[in-house]
Design a protein around this ligand. Structure first.
Ligand SMILES: [Zn+2]
Length: 364
């Protein structure tokens, strides 16, 4: 897909987004309408909101989030305990969810263009929704080694300065001007996972790395090696070596960085492909996800690859996600904080949409 082609696809998508949002805005224009929409869902789909006392009776008309519970008489903040917990503006969420339920994938600047939120808040909303969708991917989803998607790990967003590391994407959530009031719990659990599961070397891993990373990875073994020794052995400049080591450690998760500037290969957990999966099916799944990424995002970061795959499922599986299914999943989901998103790292294996859904997309 060349640049003009992808620009054209984006133009068409932007038009569709504007049309869908304009239609939505005929009935839902502001936060009050957004709350009423949630209340309507509660009436239509059963008891989605519940007071601490267990009461699920909400007034039929409600345009603010706090109401007095008819049973315990206390103030009841209906969005507490949902994805909308402590969200300052609900309406942008309603727009984003509505678009996703319409089978549209979009990037942060497209959400900015139809709401009044900042780029960082738009990124946050999209990631939160992706986490909710990921939460709905059960064990029946096929899993693929995240290394399979190396060609699309090249994320450069508009907010990412050229040549900066793809991890700059994380910075999107911390930019100033964000309208979100997420509490940033500082009790971050920094447990290092040194679970010594049964391990084996996967020799194909190094073969699928970019050349520079593969070169450095080759110099590192199960024995600890210092940064200075690596400098000597590789003859690289120290800033370049640092960057490659960070890639190997964080993006590819192939080495560990130990105290005292020491490095060591990370034990690779052997993949156990599900027996029924045929090779050509696996390849088709991987290709279809790569096509999806290219059409929406150009490239993505390994860190969030699983969230993009969840988005891909939502866009493809209209049957599963229409009828307000995403709204309901958001209400039933635990709150997600900015910290949850920054700390999110895709698992070693990535769940992709089911085959029946993928084939539908390729035929459309
Ligand atoms: Zn109550």
């Amino acid at each position: 897909m060349d640049k003009s082609e992808s620009r054209q696809i984006k133009r068409v998508r932007t038009k569709r987004i504007k049309k869908i949002v304009n239609t939505l805005k005929r009935t839902t224009k502001n936060d009050g309408d957004a709350i009423q929409k949630l209340v309507n869902l509660h009436q239509r789909h059963g008891k989605l909101f519940r007071c601490r006392c267990g009461n699920t009776q909400l007034p039929k008309q409600l345009r603010v989030r706090i109401t007095k519970c008819g049973v315990c008489r206390r103030n009841w903040r209906i969005t507490a305990g949902t994805i909308f917990h402590r969200v300052r503006k609900l309406f942008p969420y309603v727009i984003a969810i509505h678009l996703k339920q319409s089978g549209i994938s979009f990037v942060a600047d497209e959400l900015v263009s139809v709401t009044d939120v900042s780029y960082s808040t738009a990124s946050l909303i999209i990631k939160k929704l992706s986490m909710v969708i990921f939460g709905e991917m059960n064990d029946e989803f096929q899993e693929f080694s995240s290394v399979s998607f190396l060609p699309v790990y090249s994320r450069r967003s508009r907010a990412t300065p050229s040549y900066s590391h793809p991890r700059a994407e994380e910075g999107e959530f911390w930019q100033e001007g964000s309208g979100e009031i997420d509490d940033d719990d500082d009790g971050v659990d920094e447990t290092h996972d040194d679970a010594s599961e049964e391990v084996s070397e996967v020799s194909s891993v190094a073969a699928s790395l970019p050349a520079d990373e593969a070169f450095v990875y080759d110099q590192i073994s199960d024995e600890r090696i210092s940064f200075n020794t690596l400098l000597d052995r590789t003859n690289l400049k120290s800033d370049k070596l640092s960057l490659l080591l960070i890639n190997l450690q964080l993006d590819f998760q192939l080495i560990d960085h130990l105290d005292g500037e020491l490095y060591r290969r990370r034990a690779v957990i052997e993949e156990k492909p599900k027996p029924k999966q045929k090779v050509h099916e696996q390849l088709a799944a991987i290709e279809s996800f790569k096509d999806y990424v290219k059409s929406i995002h150009q490239g993505i970061s390994r860190k969030y690859a699983q969230l993009y795959a969840a988005d891909c499922w939502c866009a493809m599986d209209q049957d599963r996600w229409d009828n307000d299914a995403l709204f309901i999943a958001c209400i039933r989901s635990e709150p997600k904080s900015r910290r949850d998103i920054v700390d999110f790292v895709s698992p070693v294996t990535i769940k992709l949409p089911p085959r029946k859904v993928r084939s539908r997309l390729s035929s459309s």
